[in-house]
Design a protein around this ligand. Structure first.
Ligand SMILES: [Zn+2]
Ligand SMILES: [Zn+2]
Length: 382
C-alpha cells in the first residue's frame, strides 16, 4: 500500500500558497495526509474546476464568454425566442443586448443578493474544500486500499489503456451525479435541509451567480459526500492499476467534467437551453433546472439531478416541461418574504433551524406532503 501513496502532492503547494495568501495559519502537513496520486488528481481537478480563476470554473471569464456566445447563437437561430423575463415568462424578442443581459434581471434585487452570497461562498470555499479533500478523502481512500488489499492481496497492476482511463472518468462523474442527487433530495425533503436550501431557491431571477447562491454553512454538506464517494472509488482504482491510472484531462480537469461545464452556466441563466425530450430522459439539460427553480406547485421538487436524469426517473421527480413553459422563479409567497435581502438569507435559515430543533417548525407548503406530515418527518440532520 505504501507504494500507492505519494507523500508529495502538487496540489499541496497550491493549498499552501492559498493559506499564506489568505492568512490562515494552520500548517497543511497536519491537514493533508499522504494522498495517492489518484486522490491528488481528483482534488486538483476539483480545485481547478471550482475555484474562480480557473478556465473551467463556471464563473471564469472564459466560460462566461462562451455562455454568452452560445446564447447569441440561440438568439440568431431561434429568431429571438427562448429568453425569459423576471417573472419566468418568455419575453418578446427584441435586441440581442436585451436578449443576453435584460435590465429587469440584472437590476433585480435577487441578482445583487447572488453577488453578496457568491463573495461569501468564495471566502469559505477553500476551508471546506481543505477539510473534505484534505482530511476526509485521504482517510477513506487509505482505508479502502487497505481493505481491498486485505481481501484480494497485492495490486494486479492492470495496464491503464485509454479505454480504462475513459471508464475511470465516467465512473467518477456518475458517482458525483448520484451523490449530488441524494444530497439535493435530502435538502428538499428534510426540514433543516430545506431551511438552508431555500437560500438557493429564493433567487427570483436566474443569473450565472445564482449557482453558488447558498448559505455558507451548506458548503460542507455538498462537499463531503462527493469527496467520500470519489475517495472510495479512487482507492479501488488505485489498487487495480497500482496507482497508475489518470483521467483523460483538459487543462488539468477531467474530460467529462469539462464536457459538463461547457453548458453548465445555462442552468442558472434566463435563456433556456433544452435537449430533445428523448435525451432529457437520460441527461439533465440545463433548462430542466429552470423548472426546478419554479414556485409553481406542479414544479416543486422536480429535476433534482446534476448530470443524468436516471435518479429523477427512478424517484419520480422528473418533469419535462414544454418548450417555452413559464417557470416563475423563487419561493412560495410567504417564504419569499422572509428570504429576500442578503441579511434575510444569512439569518432566516439559522432562526428556522433553531425553531425546528426546539420542536416548533413552521410547516412550509412544500413539506406538507402526506409522507412528511408531522410525526413522520425523516431524520432532520441532513
Ligand atoms: Zn434545489
Ligand atoms: Zn439552482
Amino acid at each position: 500500500m505504501a507504494d500507492l501513496l505519494s507523500p508529495k502532492s502538487p496540489f499541496k503547494e497550491e493549498v499552501q500558497q492559498y493559506l499564506e495568501e489568505s492568512g490562515i495559519k494552520e500548517t497543511t502537513d497536519e491537514i493533508l495526509g499522504p494522498f495517492s496520486d489518484i486522490t491528488n488528481q481528483v482534488a486538483e481537478a476539483l480545485w481547478n474546476a471550482l475555484l474562480p480563476g480557473s478556465p473551467f470554473s463556471s464563473l471564469s471569464w472564459e466560460l462566461l464568454t462562451f455562455t454568452f456566445i452560445c446564447a447569441a447563437g440561440f438568439w440568431f437561430f431561434r429568431k429571438g425566442r427562448g429568453s425569459k423575463d423576471a417573472s419566468g415568462k418568455e419575453r418578446p424578442a427584441k435586441s440581442l443586448l436585451q436578449y443576453l443581459f435584460p435590465k429587469d434581471i440584472y437590476t433585480h434585487q435577487s441578482a445583487r443578493v447572488d453577488i453578496g452570497l457568491y463573495l461569501l461562498d468564495r471566502g469559505m470555499f477553500p476551508i471546506w474544500f481543505l477539510l473534505s479533500m484534505g482530511a476526509v478523502a485521504p482517510f477513506f481512500e487509505r482505508n479502502t486500499i487497505a481493505g481491498v488489499e486485505a481481501m484480494f492481496g497485492a495490486s494486479p497492476a492492470v495496464e491503464p489503456t485509454i479505454m480504462w482511463r475513459l471508464f475511470y472518468g465516467l465512473v467518477s462523474i456518475l458517482i458525483v451525479d448520484a451523490i449530488f442527487y441524494w444530497t439535493h433530495y435530502m435538502m428538499h425533503k428534510t426540514q433543516i435541509g430545506w431551511a438552508l436550501h431555500k437560500v438557493h431557491h429564493s433567487a427570483q431571477v436566474l443569473t450565472p451567480w445564482t449557482r453558488p447562491r447558498e448559505h455558507f454553512i451548506v458548503g460542507p454538506l455538498w462537499a463531503l459526500g462527493p469527496a467520500i464517494g470519489l475517495a472510495i472509488s479512487g482507492g479501488i482504482f488505485a489498487w487495480v492499476f497500482n496507482g497508475n491510472i489518470t483521467q483523460i484531462t483538459i487543462v488539468n480537469v477531467g474530460i467529462f467534467s469539462v464536457l459538463y461545464a461547457l453548458n453548465g452556466n445555462f442552468r442558472h441563466y434566463h435563456v433556456s437551453f433544452r435537449y430533445p425530450r428523448w435525451l432529457e430522459l437520460w441527461l439533465q439539460s440545463p433548462g430542466m433546472h429552470h423548472t426546478h427553480h419554479s414556485y409553481l406547485e406542479k414544479h416543486w421538487d422536480s429535476n433534482l439531478g446534476l448530470v443524468t436524469s436516471i435518479w429523477d426517473r427512478m424517484m419520480g421527480t422528473i418533469y419535462i416541461a414544454d418548450k417555452y413553459e413559464e417557470t416563475p422563479w423563487g419561493l412560495a409567497e410567504r417564504d419569499q418574504a422572509e428570504y429576500t435581502t442578503l441579511k434575510d438569507n444569512l439569518v432566516t435559515p439559522i432562526r428556522e433551524i433553531v425553531r425546528i430543533l426546539r420542536g416548533r417548525p413552521k410547516v412550509h407548503p412544500q413539506l406538507e406532503s402526506p409522507e412528511l406530515a408531522p410525526g413522520k418527518t425523516p431524520d432532520l440532520t441532513v
